[in-house]
Structures are given as C-alpha cells and as structure tokens.
Design a protein around this ligand. Structure first.
Ligand code: GRF
Length: 198
C-alpha cells in the first residue's frame, strides 16, 4: 500500500519493480490526501485501486486519521509506504501498520517539508535521502537506509531535488523489496533487514 501527495515518481518506481514477481511485493492500493495529483493518475493508469482521504473533509485530525485507517485497512496491507505523502500520520494508522517513509535529506539533518531547500540554505556540501520507519514525530523514526548526494555549485532546489530523487527511488525500491522478501526487525533505534518476517 503506497501513500502519495505529489508526482508519484517514487510510486512509479515501486510499481515498475512490482511488475516483476521476483520483487516479492504487490501494491494493493494507492492512497492520497488530495485530488488531481499525478500520483493518483499513475495509480489509475496501472489499474490499481486508488482513494483520497482529505483532512478538510473531516472534523479534525483524529477523524481524518480514523478515516484513513479504515480505507487502508480495507486493503489489508503488510506494509504502508509513505512515498512523498506530505501529511503527518496519526496514531490509528501508525498503530495498525508498519509505515516506511522516504525523506530527501540525511536525517536527522533537515527534517520537515522543505528538506532540500533547508539543506541548500545551510550550505551543506553533501545531503541525500533517508528511508526510515515512521513514528509519531516528524521524520524521527528509526533509519533503515541512507544514501549521500553531493551538492554541486550552482544547484538550486529543483536541480538538487531531482538528483536526490533519482537516488531516492532506487533506495526505496531496494529497501521495500528487502523488507517484504527477507523480513526485518527493530531493536531500539536499529532496524535490521533480513531474518524473516517481524
Ligand atoms: C520525494 O523527494 C519525497 O522524499 C518528498 O517528496 C518527493 C516526492 O516525490 N517528501 P514523488 O511524488 O515520489 O515524485
């Protein structure tokens, strides 16, 4: 199950990977928090069940969390992948499913919605992407995998984000594939891939 809010290029990478049975995972549905995004169009083109649960259609975050939980639960996913989903998930969803998120910075540096802009503004020479488990905080859950991307002279937010996304898509596909095929476990803040299903 994949959650999106934008262009869905990470979703596309997962769909492309899942087209090969050897990947070991099937995408059972795609959820979004808004209409009219390319991520939903990609899901529909691939004939995947897709749904939208907007915060503004609910009386507050708690009701939204419950509604999103119900829509996700109907598809009985083993894993939820937040792939550019720009809302903080609530306790109902997080209590029911393991959730993996991809973030375009090397956490714990530059959490939040403007990670690429913040990294550029700080002047770092190396940034990257992180795949992590989601907990109740903002980009605070245990790290699963990270990959560095060099900042180039003359980079702007768009050029740097595009380069990060190229790396990010491969890392996300690799991590999700390994989790579903080989299992994973968490000890404290340490996530270990392999060793069977949790
Ligand atoms: C990714 O860089 C993700 O980490 C960030 O938003 C971007 C989503 O890209 N939060 P896409 O919608 O998968 O193309």
């Amino acid at each position: 199950m994949v959650l999106v809010s934008g262009s869905g290029s990470n979703l596309q990478a997962l769909m492309d990977a899942a087209a090969d049975a050897a990947f070991g995972a099937e995408i059972v549905a795609v959820g979004a928090d808004r209409d009219g995004i390319e991520g939903l169009a990609r899901a529909r083109r691939a004939d995947l069940p897709a749904f939208v649960v907007k915060v503004t259609d609910h009386e507050g975050r708690e009701a939204w969390d419950a509604a999103l939980h119900a829509r996700i639960a109907a598809h009985r996913p083993d894993l939820v992948v937040s792939a550019g989903f720009m809302k903080i998930l609530g306790p109902r969803v997080l209590g029911a499913f393991p959730v993996v998120n991809t973030h375009p910075a090397l956490l714990p540096a530059f959490p939040g919605a403007h990670a690429v802009r913040d990294a550029l503004a700080y002047g770092v020479r190396v940034t990257g992407c992180t795949v992590h488990l989601v907990d109740a905080g903002v980009d605070t859950g245990p790290v699963i995998a990270q990959q560095a991307v060099a900042v180039r002279d003359g980079d702007d937010e768009a050029s740097l984000h595009e380069r990060i996304k190229t790396v990010e898509r491969r890392l996300l596909v690799d991590v999700v594939g390994r989790m579903v095929r080989d299992g994973w476990s968490v000890t404290g803040r340490h996530v270990r891939l392999g060793g069977g299903r949790p």
